[in-house]
Ligand binder design. Structure first.
Ligand SMILES: Nc1nc2c(ncn2[C@@H]2O[C@H](COP(=O)(O)OP(=O)(O)OP(=O)(O)O)[C@@H](O)[C@H]2O)c(=O)[nH]1
Ligand SMILES: [Mg+2]
Length: 700
């Protein structure tokens, strides 16, 4: 049975810090639900959700992945997401498609920066959280510390539904706070357990946890609070009825404990999700807009009774097919349906429907509101698009992704690699909404931008492994510019007499520097016909061409004005080319007479670090010639805003990583160009000369 109605669906996004055990937990849940014949292991590359070879090679998830199982008549869609900073943004579309965020915590490490980040994303998408404290078989675990940090750093109201039985290698089960029973597991990973009374060593702690739970639940509802004051407790019925409401209203966060790799505590987690987590209809509706008028709000309710609308939250490429993962927001979608792409207006034929199980697809005939479906062979539908019934078009806003923070130049290793590059990168861009690709018009380099160095490195690895394109990774050259100071008048003449018809162009121009950011301006001041009208634009063209390569270090020259004031021509020999060459000559002559200046790009940088290293981060920015604009506190972190030359930021990712012990992050964008200080200019000029980028002035 694969078709489930909305109330029997649960969409759960597993999110949290890298390495916390999300993929292992997904594997344990799938195995416990009987969806896989064996317990998949990250180390062996046998999990359902870490299927791609780059992820397996690095033992981390690189993109979101969906799998499902059935538990107590409910279908649970699990959206496993990456926690490494390079790929963590992938958890955003997963959270968009889910109704519950399952925060996975490493019991030894406690709440980490990725936990806080995942919590923030969950809040942004308005999702209630469940917490699974994983790895209780590890040494030095502290559930109490996790609860404190969940309350303080994550602003949650955690309530323990279970207590661990035993610690470290003696960890063998969980004590159920609600039912006051002990689940004692076989240590073989089979998930087999027996039920027993709570061990005496834990009875007091479990009784206390139950009291706290009852109090916390009572506090979420005035009527319950009254009953609680009257009777001093709540009935099980009251408790079970109130818990899901309190969770869905973000008033409480249930906390469960266990070990993914030992398969301990998984069945009770699945129980809790089916009993207490909201079904897709709980969110009420999705706010869409009319495709024809973005101001016209068009809400959709998560119910089979409304026309079909779905949101494509992820695109995968398994090298044969493009697979679009679609969240069915409203209506029922059946195979062999014609739908419309709400944003693009194009029609899409949905020939077949599939349920995703990692990379495997299983054909089905229909899906209901709230479910997740995989579609293949869509012609013109991309991540973030809406598909809908033709009779009721709608468009949901795509999940916002921040701009990339780091850029690298990639150099194809051979001609064949260069030919394949654009196509292959195009496919990667389709699958990774955080990647950007462009050709730098100035340096002619192919620029790949992403979240951090690891993101780019693994993308390059994927280019090679998936698409057979080999590229070398280089730090991008900084796009310097040139300008000059002052005003100068030059007279340039291009004359050539070689047998037959000669060439003649002659112009007098005034070059004058303009304020930064003004660009280039050409003013035609010719009076009478000393240069005929049709040749004057040729002078400008010659100057513009020559200005592409400055005399200082070969970078484009900007921010100046040229007045064409005088000149002469020859009735036979003058032509367009002659005046273009005269213009070039004028430019070069002018550059010999003025003071040349190198401009460097300045970036607006925002750095987020734990407060204790904020001082170090600021002095590091100063040594990078940064100007601190401000600093502000955000929880126990400091956000530093600064202007820093791009040339000083190329190795910043690595430096920040060691300075903040992996707990720092930064973003930057272009702010403006500034005059480079002499020592920088000298270095850049020397490098340009060594690389042969500066042409001799007389060479025209
Ligand atoms: N001891 C122990 N190790 C575990 C447990 N769960 C996961 N691990 C190990 O922790 C490591 C990381 O597990 P993953 O499941 O890949 O973690 P993840 O959260 O998916 O990591 P990312 O995808 O990179 O965010 C692997 O080596 C797992 O074998 C556990 O319960 N106990
Ligand atoms: Mg993972």
């Amino acid at each position: 049975m694969n078709i489930f109605a909305t109330p029997h669906l649960r969409n759960v996004a597993l999110v949290g810090h890298g390495h916390a055990g999300k993929t292992s937990l997904t594997a344990a849940m799938l195995y416990t639900m009987g969806a896989t014949p064996r317990l998949g292991k990250v180390a062996d590359g046998t999990t359902v959700t870490d299927f791609d070879e780059v992820a397996v090679a690095h033992q981390l998830s690189t993109h979101l992945s969906v799998a499902r199982g059935v538990w107590r008549d409910h279908k649970i869609n699990l959206l496993d997401t990456p926690g490494a900073p390079a790929f963590m943004l992938e958890s955003r579309p997963a959270l968009r498609a889910a109704e519950t965020a399952l925060l996975v915590i490493d019991a030894h490490n406690g709440v980490e920066i990725g936990t806080e980040q995942a919590r923030q994303y969950a809040a942004e998408f308005n999702l209630p959280c469940f917490v699974f404290i994983n790895k209780l078989d590890k040494e030095q675990t502290d559930v109490g510390a996790c609860l404190t940090a969940l309350a303080e750093a994550c602003d949650l109201r955690p309530v323990l539904l279970q207590l661990p039985i035993g610690t470290e290698k003696h960890f063998r089960g969980v004590a159920d706070v609600l039912r006051q029973r002990a689940l004692l597991y076989q240590p073989d990973g089979s998930g087999t357990f027996t039920e027993d009374n709570i061990p005496t060593s834990l009875t007091e702690a479990v009784a206390k946890a139950r009291e706290t739970l009852i109090e916390r639940v009572a506090e979420t509802d005035d009527r319950l609070l009254e009953a609680f004051f009257e009777r001093g407790t709540l009935t099980d019925e009251e408790l079970f009825a109130a818990l899901p409401k309190a969770i869905a209203a973000h008033l409480l966060t249930p906390v469960l404990v266990g070990s993914a790799t030992l398969n301990i505590g998984i069945a009770p987690l699945l129980d809790a999700l089916t009993r207490f987590a909201p079904d897709p209809a709980h969110v009420g509706g999705w706010l869409g807009t009319s495709p024809l008028d973005a101001d016209l709000v068009s809400p959709r309710h998560v119910t089979d009774d409304e026309p079909f609308a779905g949101y494509v939250f992820k695109t995968l490429d398994d090298q044969f097919n493009r697979i679009s993962l679609c969240k069915v927001v409203s209506g029922v979608l059946r195979a062999d349906t014609l739908v419309v792409n709400g944003g693009r207006g194009s029609l899409e034929k949905i020939a077949a429907l599939y349920l995703p199980q990692g990379k495997q697809l299983e054909k089905i005939t229909e899906v209901h509101a709230g479910d997740i479906v995989a579609l293949t062979k869509l012609k013109d539908t991309h991540t973030g698009d809406t598909l809908c019934d033709k009779s009721a078009p709608v468009r949901f806003a795509p999940v916002a992704m921040p701009e990339p923070a780091i850029a690298f130049a990639i150099k194809p290793k051979s001609r064949a690699d260069e030919d394949k590059l654009s196509g292959a990168v195009g496919k990667l861009l389709e699958q990774d909404a955080t990647l950007r690709y462009a050709r730098d018009p100035q340096t002619k380099e192919f620029i790949l931008s992403g979240c951090n160095q690891q993101h780019i490195e693994l993308t390059v690895e994927r280019l090679q492994k998936w698409y057979g394109v080999e590229v070398a990774l280089q730090a991008p050259k900084v796009a310097y510019l040139e300008t000059f100071k002052g005003r100068v008048e030059v007279h340039a003449r291009h004359k050539k007499q070689t047998g037959g018809r000669g060439q003649f162009g002659d112009c007098k121009c005034v070059f004058e520097a303009l304020p930064p950011g003004t660009g280039f301006r050409f003013v035609d001041k010719i009076v009478g016909g000393v240069i005929p009208q049709q040749f004057r634009p040729a002078v400008e063209k010659g100057i513009v061409e020559a200005a592409e390569q400055g005399a200082l270090a070969g970078y484009p020259v900007v921010d100046f004005q040229v007045e064409l004031v005088d000149g002469s021509y020859h009735t036979v020999d003058s032509d367009e080319l002659s005046f273009r060459l005269a213009g070039r000559k004028a430019f070069r002559a002018a550059m010999e007479k003025v003071k040349l200046v190198l401009l460097e790009p300045i970036m607006q940088v925002e750095v987020s670090v734990p407060s204790e290293v904020a001082g170090d981060a600021m002095s590091d920015l100063s040594t990078r010639r940064g100007r601190i604009l401000g600093i502000s506190a955000k929880g126990n972190r400091q956000i530093i805003a600064a202007h820093v030359p791009l040339g000083e930021m190329l190795s910043y990712a690595t430096a920040l990583n060691s300075l903040a012990s992996g707990r720092g992050s930064y973003a930057m964008r272009f702010a403006r160009y500034d005059e480079a200080p002499p020592q920088v200019a000298q270095r850049v000029v020397a490098e340009a000369q060594a690389a042969g980028r500066v042409r001799a002035l007389e060479e025209v």
